[in-house]
Structures are given as structure tokens and as C-alpha cells.
Design a protein around this ligand. Structure first.
Ligand code: F6P
Length: 269
């Protein structure tokens, strides 16, 4: 039976966040992370939590559909997207959000003071949200978990950043803000969910975060799952389906030999 459990604030200023058909992969800021927070919010609500996703308000002719201040999930008023005005009216890319996060966090606090109560916990997503949650913690005492999604240290490596090219590349990517914010988020959060041990070792262990992980016990490894309803094999023709079914059946048979009985009914990934 469902009971009202935690009230959770998901902190996610970036991207295009809405319930109905968000433009996943239609913009570089709107991909896996947005899918993740929308699904996380729905799953927490299914478990009985109240969930508010705090994102940015924008009124931009290029991106219509983000001007409702409070957007309830159809049929469930315990699940809401709250849009906070900060900075200009138009959509801003995540690299341009830094100067507006103070206004964003003030907006979150103002929202709760109008509602007449704070949530039980916050969960922040990406560096911009992490530093916002740390500010909110400082001012309200609310604790938070922080999910990095994509870390700046790794991205610097991917872009082959050197002392010589840093200034030029940083004009666009604002790594000085991102790395500092990530460090603040790591230090101030109560727990950091990660997908694998390797992610913790290779990504959070990057030299730019040296000293920022005050307690390695903060990491919680939660291996990624997959929703078979969203990801499924695409068959161009009937013969593909036959091959797919055969391979799937063989694989499933092999897997089941090594799986504990209580996990047998779970779908394979
Ligand atoms: O959703 C788009 C996305 O893949 C997010 O998951 C993540 O926030 C971001 O892009 C990757 O960020 P970056 O390129 O800044 O590391």
C-alpha cells in the first residue's frame, strides 16, 4: 500500500524539462540526464514520495512549452515540475547558467516559503545543480545527494586540455566554474550515487578533484538498469526478428544457469 513518505526536491536547472515529449537529443543539454531525472521522479512517486523537479523557466520562441510555473504530472499532483525564473527570458545553455544560480536558489527558497514548508531532502544533478544544492544546504540545513552525470575532469581530458589551450577552450566550457562547483558538491553532499566502481575510481578519482572527496563512504554504487519498454530491438524485417528471438533465447538460457533463483524472473539487459 502506498503511504506518503519523503518529500524530495530534485535540483536540475539545465536542459528542457517537461513531462510531455521533451526534445531528447534535440539539444546537447537535453539527453540522458533529463530522461534520468524524469524517470527518477516518477519512480520515487510510485514509491509514495512527493517529488518536485526544480528547473529553469524560459520563454523562448525557439523552444515553446516551458512557461508554466508549476506543471503537475497528469493525474498526480504529488509529482511536479517547478520552473524558476533566473537570468534572461530565453533558453540558456548549461555553460551560461553559472551567473544565474544565486537567483535560481533564491527562487527555490521563495517557492518553499510560499508553500509553507521545506522538503525532507534534495537530490542534485550535474555540477550546476550540485553547487546550487550546497548553497541551499548552507541556508536551510537541508541535506542532499549529488549525482554527477558527466564530470568536468573527464571532459577536459576528452578535449585534450593543456596549459597552452586552456584559456581558449575555457571561454566556451567554463571549466573553472564547473570543477569548483563539482568540488563543492562532492564535499557538501551526504551521498554520491555512481554507476560502477570504475566510475568512482577513474572519474571521481581524477586529479582535479584531489582532496574534494572527504569521505569515500559517500559513494553508493547503483548499476544502471534499462527499461525494456523504452529500449527494444528494432526489426527491419521479419527474418531479423527470428534471428533476434533465437539469440535472445540462447542468451537467456546461458544467463539463467548462473543466476540466483530470486533473480530468475528479472528481464535481461
Ligand atoms: O543530457 C545531455 C547530457 O548527456 C547530460 O547527460 C549531461 O548533463 C551532458 O549532456 C554532458 O555534459 P558535458 O558534455 O558538459 O560533460
Amino acid at each position: 500500500m502506498k503511504s506518503e513518505k519523503l518529500s524530495v526536491a530534485l535540483i536540475n536547472p539545465q536542459g528542457h524539462v517537461r513531462w510531455n515529449n521533451p526534445p531528447i537529443a534535440g539539444h546537447p543539454d537535453t539527453g540522458g540526464q533529463i530522461v534520468y531525472i524524469l524517470e527518477l521522479a516518477k519512480e520515487l512517486a510510485r514509491l509514495g514520495c512527493r517529488v518536485d523537479i526544480f528547473t529553469r523557466y524560459f520563454d523562448d520562441p525557439e523552444w515553446p512549452g516551458y512557461t508554466e510555473h508549476i506543471e503537475e504530472y497528469p493525474g498526480d499532483s504529488r509529482l511536479r515540475i517547478i520552473r524558476i525564473k533566473c537570468g534572461p527570458e530565453r533558453f540558456l545553455e548549461k555553460e551560461a547558467l553559472w551567473p544565474h544560480l544565486r537567483e535560481y536558489t533564491d527562487g527555490v527558497k521563495e517557492f518553499y516559503s510560499k508553500e509553507g514548508g521545506l522538503p525532507d531532502i534534495m537530490s542534485s544533478h550535474y555540477a550546476d545543480a550540485g553547487v546550487s544544492a550546497a548553497m541551499l544546504k548552507e541556508e536551510t540545513g537541508l541535506l542532499f545527494t549529488h549525482t554527477g552525470h558527466s564530470l568536468g575532469g573527464k571532459k577536459m581530458d576528452n578535449l585534450n586540455i593543456t596549459r597552452q589551450n586552456f584559456e581558449l577552450i575555457n571561454r566556451k566550457f567554463r571549466f573553472h566554474m564547473r570543477i569548483a562547483s563539482e568540488r563543492v558538491a562532492f564535499r557538501n553532499s551526504s551521498a554520491i550515487p555512481a554507476s560502477t566502481e570504475e566510475e568512482v575510481r577513474e572519474q571521481y578519482g581524477h586529479r582535479v578533484y584531489s582532496g574534494a572527496i572527504d569521505n569515500p563512504e559517500k559513494f553508493r554504487i547503483i548499476p544502471p538498469g534499462i527499461s525494456p519498454a523504452q529500449f527494444y530491438a528494432f526489426h527491419r524485417q521479419e527474418s531479423d526478428r527470428k534471428v533476434y528471438d533465437e539469440v535472445a533465447a540462447r542468451l537467456e538460457g546461458e544467463l539463467k544457469k548462473n543466476i540466483s533463483p530470486e533473480r530468475l524472473s528479472l528481464p535481461s539487459v
